[in-house]
Design a binder for this molecule. Structure first.
Ligand SMILES: [Mg+2]
Length: 259
């Protein structure tokens, strides 16, 4: 059995538009007994949201096969028993994941044990101030991911990384980040499924998150050119970050991998 770890945006779909052939790729690799899981740095939505989105794109998926940076953050924070109150700068996915793990979530107070920050499309000066105050008073500072941009079907939006930078700038403190390229999520997936790294392949569209994650975890990496990385960007990738394989699209892997 092999385990395929797929990024979502830029690999499976672009915003709300499915990438052609992906559902065929996934059903083919499942037919031969492989497992497919999804690992996204986007913390804005819940597993339920992603499951429904995937089903609409003809990709059957269970919630247990979907990992988000919000879920990883909540799981990681729960290893610190003293942390109970969390100032959350984020959207539904992050609020929900933290509440599910039993944290008291606030968006209005700086009297907290931790500040959890991710993509927040309602980010403003007051939230920045509360985060600053909490962190300077000693709260733990943890971020979902450092993606600088958020690709949508209408172009780029500012990503979670831009929000983390703002908080870091006014506190002088660096966030601990659980999303890709931190191998934390992938290690959890391999442990839960009892798979060794020789049998794992990470497929992504972004070098500094997906491919770097694979490198750090010591697993095979495939870059697809359906997302943020184009053919013309390949020459700028440093040799140590270069993926094991480049495929223009996911379905190109079928003839090689599925025979
Ligand atoms: Mg992506």
């Amino acid at each position: 059995m092999k385990l395929w770890v797929l990024d979502l945006d830029g690999v499976v779909y672009k915003g709300n538009a499915p990438i052609v052939g992906v559902s065929i790729f996934i059903s083919r690799v499942r037919e031969r007994g492989d497992e497919v899981v999804f690992l996204t740095n986007n913390s804005a939505y819940t597993r339920t949201y992603y499951r429904e989105k995937l089903w609409r794109m003809d990709i059957p998926a269970q919630e247990k096969d979907i990992y988000t940076s919000a879920g990883l953050l909540a799981g990681y924070l729960s290893e610190f028993p003293r942390i109970r109150r969390v100032l959350t700068i984020g959207e539904e996915g992050l609020h929900f994941s933290l509440r599910k793990k039993g944290f008291m979530v606030t968006t209005q107070s700086s009297s907290v044990d931790a500040v959890a920050a991710g993509l927040d499309r309602r980010f403003n000066y007051r939230k920045l101030f509360l985060a600053q105050k909490a962190i300077l008073s000693g709260a733990k500072f943890i971020g979902t991911n450092r993606d600088a941009t958020l690709p949508t079907e209408n172009g780029l939006l500012p990503g979670s990384g831009a929000i983390l930078k703002a908080i870091e700038e006014c506190t002088g403190k660096e966030a601990e980040v659980v999303g890709k390229p931190n191998p934390l999520g992938l290690e959890l997936i391999m442990k839960e499924r009892n798979v060794s790294k020789e049998d794992v392949t990470v497929i992504g569209d972004r070098i500094e998150t997906d491919i770097l994650l694979g490198k750090k975890a010591g697993v095979k990496t495939i870059l697809v050119l359906t997302g943020v990385t184009g053919k013309e960007d390949l020459k700028n990738i440093s040799p140590e970050n270069f993926p094991d394989q480049v495929a223009e699209k996911l379905t190109n892997l079928l003839c090689v991998e599925c025979g």
